[in-house]
Design a protein around this ligand. Sequence first.
Ligand code: BES
Ligand code: MN
Ligand code: MN
Length: 456
Amino acid sequence: MSTSQDYIDNNKDRFIDELFELLRIPSVSTDSEKKGDIRKAADFLLNQFNSLNLNRTKLFETGGNPIVYAEHCPHDDKPTVLVYGHYDVQPSDPDELWDSPAFEPVIKDGDVYARGASDDKGQSYTHIKAIESFVKTGQEIPVNVKFILEGEEEIGSPNLVPFIEAHKEMLKCDMVLISDTAMFGKDMPSITYGLRGLAYMEVEVVGPNRDLHSGVYGGAVENPVNVLCEMIAKLKDEDGVIQIPGFYDKVIPLTEADRSASAALPFDEEAYKKSLDINAVHGEKGYTTLERASARPTLDVNGIWGGYIGEGAKTVLPSKANAKISMRLVPDQHPKEIAKLFSDYFNSLAPNTVKVTVNEHHGGHAAVTDLSFYGLKAAAKAFEDVYKKEPLFAREGGSIPIVADFKKVLGVESILMGFGLTSDAIHSPNEKFSLKDFHRGIKTSARFMELLAEMK
Ligand code: BES
Ligand code: MN
Ligand code: MN
């Protein structure tokens, strides 16, 4: 075993203590009152880079939260890896559903429970500790590395694309390395090679100018909640096919090779149903559960409200109804075009008894990594060396929109080396991350850099 791998084994517990320090900072990007904590998290990371003597360490100010940058690029003849991650986290609410406070990390059965444990503080911290394992053992870092850690991923990275466009030279690299995805299952190391895109809409349906007595007016005046439900029901047919005209026009169909690769993955549908307490799965006809959840586009209502939802029975005909509706996209669907198609179709469904408005939130493009990219071979071998198993290659349904922008702006592929699990409850109460995978993640990252250096 190499000196770096030994160092990682010998410093296992201290790495956990340090991660806990980071997890105690409630760096919630959706909450404007948490600006101080956002800065605290950014400073924590900057200090880490400074203590490793990396170069050009800096907090770049943006219109929003700072971007943490650091690099070490002494080699002319080795590849340059740009490590991307995010130090912002989702809000912790509903707090009452957490078994222990979200920002007071605790260990239970080998997992650390805290908001951001998996998404993405614990996962992205692995790469910083991998770098440490070279620096603190007096070794040269085997490849050139650059770090870009942002604080706005969970709010759609509004300042990141302008930043990478403005700093193309500084960010020049041969590949991006990201740990912000999940493994296919426990002890199943995986490389994610596809992510979905996103278009996110908010709609409002307005009827009468005020809430009305449902006995006095009911039957004679349109009910916006009823209308909204009818409109939503027309967005998909009974086969789960999205009815928005043009929605599928730019979808690249799955090839036979895609489908057999997906079918060969060790997916256990019974266990999947059991873990969710559902009797049956549901989705677009003609596709498997895995395909539906990763490689096909979808449409889901994320939230719906309107009318009386308090205690007891208040007889009311509501004045308006609202919903948040998102669509996960696949190559080559364009989020702006899809938002426009949605908007046109949704408006066309409205009866003349109501007024409808449709607004668009942030979105992003899907991305698929070229499987012949040489960096994936080093990543696969690194997983194999550490986990003693060949990694699986799978597409995932979540979104990291910046991956498509890295490809477009910097012209590079991203290696999605996830150490999380689908069961980590990211964005939910009781988010967790396996400490064993935190440890193996650090080792895999360090091993990846060693192997990559040998390749070129
Ligand atoms: N890390 C996730 C994305 C993810 C999760 C990818 C699981 C693959 C598997 C990321 O932090 C996230 O939450 N992304 C958002 C989109 C973003 C634009 C807010 C998402 O997927 O909903
Ligand atoms: Mn994430
Ligand atoms: Mn997230």
